[in-house]
Design a protein around this ligand. Structure first.
Ligand SMILES: Cc1cc2nc3c(=O)[nH]c(=O)nc-3n(C[C@H](O)[C@H](O)[C@H](O)COP(=O)(O)O)c2cc1C
Length: 179
């Protein structure tokens, strides 16, 4: 199979990471791949913030717990697992407008580029709860140096995989040819 197709077909979400930090060289390639994603009329509305400071990641998790509570989407693992899955790198995706399509394309470029380079990732939508809260948004947009007017769209964890999760099948019937 073609290498690019093989990469798409074999990517899976990773939620267990080794402590090894993502090397700057690989991070640079992944961020370039993100920025290459298309956007409507090439408006390029999306902006990335990269956080590798463990103290801040833990503070984000504490705020997430206090503001959003434990009743969050699957896989935060209640008290056991932080919302960022202990990944050494976390990428925040913001947009100047609610450009969720452009952000999604960027996110998938990040996930695929990471996978091609032997890294794992997990998209983190649940952290959006932090930005839905007025105080949470104010605090974290300041820390992340983004204007208050920008919309948070998605988070992504990044790191070296420390698990090989079972492959998740996809349902049939999502494609129909119209004749
Ligand atoms: C928009 C979006 C938001 C997601 N949010 C979370 C999240 O908050 N926490 C998490 O652990 N996984 C999250 N995921 C990962 C999905 O659970 C995962 O992609 C899905 O179960 C399919 O598994 P796969 O990526 O291994 O094929 C998210 C995925 C997407 C696309």
């Amino acid at each position: 199979m073609n290498e690019a197709i093989k990469n798409i077909m074999s990517r899976q979400t990773i939620r267990e990471y080794t402590e090894k930090q993502v090397p700057d060289e690989l991070l640079g390639i992944i961020l370039d791949a993100a920025i290459r994603a298309p956007s409507g009329r090439n408006t390029q509305p999306c902006h990335l913030r990269v956080l590798q400071n463990k103290d801040l990641l833990d503070e984000m998790n504490t705020d997430f717990k206090n503001i959003v509570g434990w009743d969050t989407p699957a896989y935060t693992g209640w008290d056991i697992r932080p919302v960022y899955h202990n990944a050494p790198t976390f990428i925040f995706l913001f947009a100047e407008s609610k450009a969720d399509m452009a952000a999604g394309l960027m996110a998938e470029n990040i996930a695929l580029a990471a996978h091609a380079l032997g890294l794992g990732s997990c998209m983190i939508g649940s952290i959006g709860g932090l930005f839905d809260d007025e105080n949470g948004a104010k605090k974290w947009k300041k820390i992340l140096d983004v204007p208050e007017s920008w919309h948070f769209l998605l988070g992504l964890t990044l790191g070296y995989p420390n698990e090989k999760p079972p492959f998740k099948d996809r349902e049939d019937g999502h494609v129909k040819f119209i004749k």
